[in-house]
Design a protein around this ligand. Structure first.
Ligand code: NAP
Length: 318
């Protein structure tokens, strides 16, 4: 695949700029490139979004036997490049949406664009333990829907006390021999109904007032965790093969605060059933908007929607 990342100087007056190179951004690129809009994808410094750092993806339609996350992203990028998408591997430092064309500061230059597609995604909050990042795909996961099936008959530990944590713990009981929920308090943040379901499930146990002090490795994979009771300081070892971190996500939307509407967590608001934001010509898709589904296929679908919305917007200007 040709690497178009360094084809500078880039034309700095564009029809479509897409910020983000995960499933949403690259799907938006494929659609807008096929509409002859020569989109520019600003990839960030870690291209490929969340799938760029996962291992096997078994639920992306079209891959009967699964596909490696980074391979899937490389294919999407090549597909977008084939129709004339350009790529810039850099981080946007500022956007100015109060003028037309919109202005984007990246790599020390100012790009101008008639329309903007925001596909900056979200990042799962992590515990911050030294070997945690290295063990992603080797027992550590931030997505039960994606990775639960790899833990059939295994012992699973899950951290968190919110709705996501309870939902994921319940889902994981389909696969795991047991699911131990580790929570730093003795009260769950999750809604009553989710709490009740989790508390009643015989496969789910709770370690209250507990945090994970250390992830233990066995043959390069997760072999267990060391829990620390925050009240007594007591440490206990809990053997497990899977460690699911469900302590919330952060949408990557800081660049747009103040300019666009967000919910209280920072997810961008769009007009019902479309990808339009409150600024005409600015569209948002993928996990920067969606805290409910957060799947590769839903992100790709919303990227397609954003491109179609941008294409129609540009047509309306002509
Ligand atoms: P959340 O509500 O923010 O919960 C995060 C949980 O992780 C909290 O229990 C928090 O503990 C814990 N936590 C945070 N940082 C931690 C750390 N460093 N170490 C240990 N524990 C930590 O996030 P969420 O569960 O992802 O939910 C996000 C939003 O989506 C919520 O509004 C939720 O209601 C909604 N949601 C709804 C559904 C549903 O209705 N089915 C499903 C999923 C999500 P503390 O409680 O001690 O702060």
């Amino acid at each position: 695949m040709p690497d178009l990342a360094h084809h500078l100087p880039l034309m700095n007056e564009r029809k479509v700029v897409i910020i983000g190179s995960g499933c949403a951004g690259l799907s938006a690129a494929i659609y807008s490139a096929r509409a002859n809009l020569s989109p520019l994808v600003i990839e960030g410094i870690q291209p490929g979004g969340q799938l760029g750092t996962t291992t096997t993806v078994e639920n992306y339609p079209g891959y009967e036997h699964g596909v490696q996350g980074p391979d899937l992203m490389a294919i999407m990028k090549a597909q977008a490049a084939r129709f004339g998408t350009e790529f810039l591997m850099d981080e946007v430092t500022a956007v100015r949406l109060d003028r037309r064309p919109f202005e984007i500061e990246v790599g020390g230059q100012t790009l101008r664009t008639a329309s903007l597609i925001i596909a900056t995604g979200a990042s799962a909050r992590m515990l911050g333990l030294p070997n945690e990042a290295k063990l992603i795909g080797r027992g550590v996961s931030t997505c039960a829907t994606c990775d639960g099936a790899f833990f059939k008959g295994r012992r699973i530990v899950l951290v968190g006390g919110g709705d996501s944590a309870m939902e994921e713990a319940l889902f994981l009981t389909r696969f795991g021999e047991s699911v131990s929920v580790v929570h730093r308090r003795d009260k769950l943040r999750a809604s009553r109904i989710m709490q009740d379901r989790a508390l009643k499930n015989p496969k789910i146990r709770f370690a209250w007032y507990s945090v994970i002090e250390e992830i233990l490795e066995k043959d390069g994979k997760v072999g267990g965790v060391v829990l620390r009771n925050v009240q007594t300081g007591e440490k206990t070892e809990l053997p497990c093969e899977g460690l699911f971190v469900a302590i919330g996500h952060e949408p990557n939307t800081k660049l747009f605060r103040g300019a666009l509407d967000t919910d209280e967590v920072g997810y961008l608001k769009t007009v019902n059933g479309t990808t339009a934001t409150k600024i005409q010509g600015v569209f948002a898709c993928g996990d920067a908007v969606d805290h409910r589904y957060r799947q590769a296929v839903t992100a790709a679908g919303s990227g397609c929607m954003a491109a179609i919305d941008a294409i129609r917007y540009l047509e309306s200007l002509e």
